[in-house]
Ligand binder design. Sequence first.
Ligand code: DP6
Length: 365
Amino acid sequence: MGDNRQGPVYRSSTTAPVNIAVIKYWGKRDATLNLPTNSSLSVTLSQASLRTHTTASCSAHYAAHEGDSLLLNGSAEPIQHSPRTQACLGQLRSLRSSLEASDPSLPKLSGLPLHIVSTNNFPTAAGLASSAAGFAALVRSIADLYALPQSATELSRIARQGSGSACRSLMGGYVAWRAGSAADGSDSLADEVAPPAHWPQMRALVLVVSAAKKHLPSTAGMQVTVKTSSLFPTRADVVVPRRMQNMEQAIRARDFDAFARLTMQDSNGFHAVCLDSWPPIAYLNDVSRAAVRVVEAINQQSTDAGAGLLAAYTFDAGPNAVVYYLERDTERVAGVFRALLGNERVEGWEGSYGQDIKPAEMEEL
Ligand code: DP6
């Protein structure tokens, strides 16, 4: 809290990490409450390379007629017209208001306009899960500002309504978002399957194939898939539930071979239902496919030698590749990509991000 002549300014800052799903969320059963058709599972990446930093503040001094505001990477966002941001702010305010009602000595923050300032240290909306880190940081910073007692899992219900994948960025390590079945979404929550310390050898290489904004945002893309893909019901109802169980088992057993196979199969299954949509949705490009071939060559060498898979590619709603591997294989995986990125014959790479990213804890400033 800072004081100035016009009265106190209450302020709280936090950072939130990016998460990259290994079992993908794709499809909503309720677009207003942002309820998914299937559960999903992700690894939270270290904040050293990819994170959103957000400061939330409120004060009686802020002009009430201006209302709440959000500055994202220096530009004002029209949040008054964003039902998702409004849903998050409304629910956080109502939790604060209940606290204030039960303890009259608390300052009345729930009625004050909020100023939110947020910066990403990576390209926004380029398929690098910026909405996940963004809404997680927004919810966490306001929950801290309001001194809310809710757990990360309870807050995940709010973050989910900002952006589905954001509910998984409130926790570190290996995180599941359980689809749930309640019509009001009360059981559609994230939980930590394993903390980062359970399998700290995990690494991720983020290859930025294109930092341009993606063509078709996730929300629109998944609606088209749910409506038109004939492969989709089998993915949501049969394939993913089984894969979630197998993936949790692979993580519990620290079985990288199974983790890698399931990760690549699920990325391919997700992009298959995208291509099966009408009109078809193609997120990958030639450079993405070149990354797949590099991973396949690395794995072929390893399996030919009688060992397991060493690397796993996965792609979200864009052409950028994320490659998971274990620390002991850094040279054989990240080393090969580094050598290729420096090779002029490999065209189209805009550079690489966050090499050797580890699974992370949530950090607060
Ligand atoms: C391909 O969470 O961005 O990255 O809920 O509509 O905001 P909304 O979608 P969003 O979708 C992420 C889709 C994905 C897969 C994943 O992260 O699980």
